[in-house]
Structure formats: C-alpha cells, structure tokens
Design a protein around this ligand. Structure first.
Ligand code: URA
Length: 241
C-alpha cells in the first residue's frame, strides 16, 4: 500500500472533536474554550461544537490547529517497566513518553517486564497489525543469554520448529546464531506469549537475559539509551509495514 494512503488522516469532523483530537483538549475543555469565544473558524468566532470541519482554518486563541496524524514511536525499554497502556499496571513504558502523546497509543508487540529493548507504540491499528501478525512475517531479533551451554545442533532444531507447551502448531522456522557458549542471536517472525523463553525451555535451557534489538528493518541503535524514545521517521514507518 502506498505510504500516503495511511499516513493522511480523515479531516471531516465536529469542531469539538477536532479540538480534542488535535489541540490536546478534552471534550469538556474544548467546550469551555468554545464558550469563551477562544475558537475561530476561517477567522469567525464559533461557539458551537457541532459545526463540521473539513478544510477550514481553525485557531485556538489565535494559534493554528492542524490535523494531528497518527503517532509512531520507538522506545528502548529498560528492565522492570511493563508493556501496558493501563495506568494502574505498575511502571508502564507509557510513563517514559510525553503525556500529550499518550492518547490512543498501544504497543505493537509487548516485552516481558524483565526483557529490555525495542518497543514500538502507535495509535495506528492497521500498521501495528502488519508488524505483529505472523502472516506478515515481520522478523524480530533478540539477543539471548541462557543458563546451559548452547550446542550447535540447536540451530537445526530452531529452524525446524519447536513444540511449545499448550500449543498445537510448531513454531515457525527461526534463525539461531550462537555467539558464545551462553549467548545467541535469535530471529523469529511470530510473537507468541513468552515465545523466546518457551522456545529455550522446550530444549531444556533457561533464558537469563533477553533484549530485543530489531523489528523488521528497524534496529535499536546507540542513539536511544534505556528509557529514551523518539518518533519514527516516515521512511521507518513505511519500511515497517
Ligand atoms: N519472548 C519472551 O519470552 N519474552 C519477551 O519479552 C519477548 C519475547
């Protein structure tokens, strides 16, 4: 699908909704702003929230309010943060991101609390589906440390697929690159619950440290220290889906 088809957002809605979506107001504060005559549409004060906005110029206290596109964020998850967007779920990765970006965000492929590394957040459900759906075959790369020595024969075992507890299907072919006795790089294209840990436990090993370094072509570089995040560029957004 060409990039511009999903980056451009529909721009045809009630004025109160337009303000709450694009000016970081709640429906209630948008209503108050309208009552206070703070809002103009094409230069004319408008007090009614149900006016339809299509191509008109909307200003709040003289400041131009443009349509906010979808949000795409990459984050380097530190240990102990949970991949949850529900506020009362402990120390959520959402707390690391500016609050005015939170609304509607979800996580495209969660990591466990003790896993570190690349997490993607967005409010674009179609885009995240293309990343997480096993049908899209979007690779995820993990740096893994394990308790027991990694035997070279495991490379073929991971390639052929493993039987996980409580799963009827074998895991899809995975690429295991053994880096040392206890360290490996694992590339998988699916994201079953605790998948990497369960794959190693299926071969009687135990994961002691796990870090996601790459999703599709997007690599977590040195520019983001643990806890840091940034918005994706258009090229990165399009390259991922
Ligand atoms: N697989 C796991 O077991 N844990 C993660 O956090 C990610 C993949």
């Amino acid at each position: 699908m060409p990039a511009f088809l999903f980056i451009k957002k529909e721009h045809n809605m009630r004025l109160d909704k337009y303000l709450s979506e694009n000016a970081n107001l709640t429906r209630k504060t948008a209503k108050h702003a309208l009552h206070r005559s703070d809002v103009t549409v094409d230069g004319v004060v408008v007090k009614k929230g149900d006016v339809k906005i299509k191509e008109q110029v909307v200003r709040l206290n003289g400041v131009l309010i443009t349509v906010k596109g979808p949000t795409y964020i990459m984050l380097n998850k530190p240990v102990d943060y949970v991949c949850s967007t529900v506020d009362d779920d402990g120390l959520s990765v959402l707390h690391l991101i500016d609050e005015d970006l939170h609304r509607g965000l979800h996580i495209a492929g969660r990591l466990d609390k003790d896993t570190t590394g690349l997490v993607l957040l967005t409010d674009d459900g179609q885009w995240s589906h293309r990343i997480t759906s096993p049908k899209s075959k979007c690779n995820k790369v993990y740096m893994v440390e394990v308790m027991e020595v990694l035997e070279p024969s495991l490379v073929d075992v991971f390639k052929e697929g493993l039987e996980l507890n409580n799963e009827s299907d074998l895991t899809r072919p995975a690429t295991l690159e053994i880096l040392s006795d206890n360290k490996a790089r694992l590339t998988i294209c699916e994201g079953k619950y605790h998948q990497v840990k369960r794959m190693f436990s299926a071969v009687d090993n135990h994961v002691t440290a796990l870090h996601r370094s790459q999703i599709g072509p997007l690599v977590l570089g040195d520019d983001l220290a643990p806890g840091q995040w940034r918005k994706l560029t258009d090229e990165e957004i399009n390259g991922l889906a």
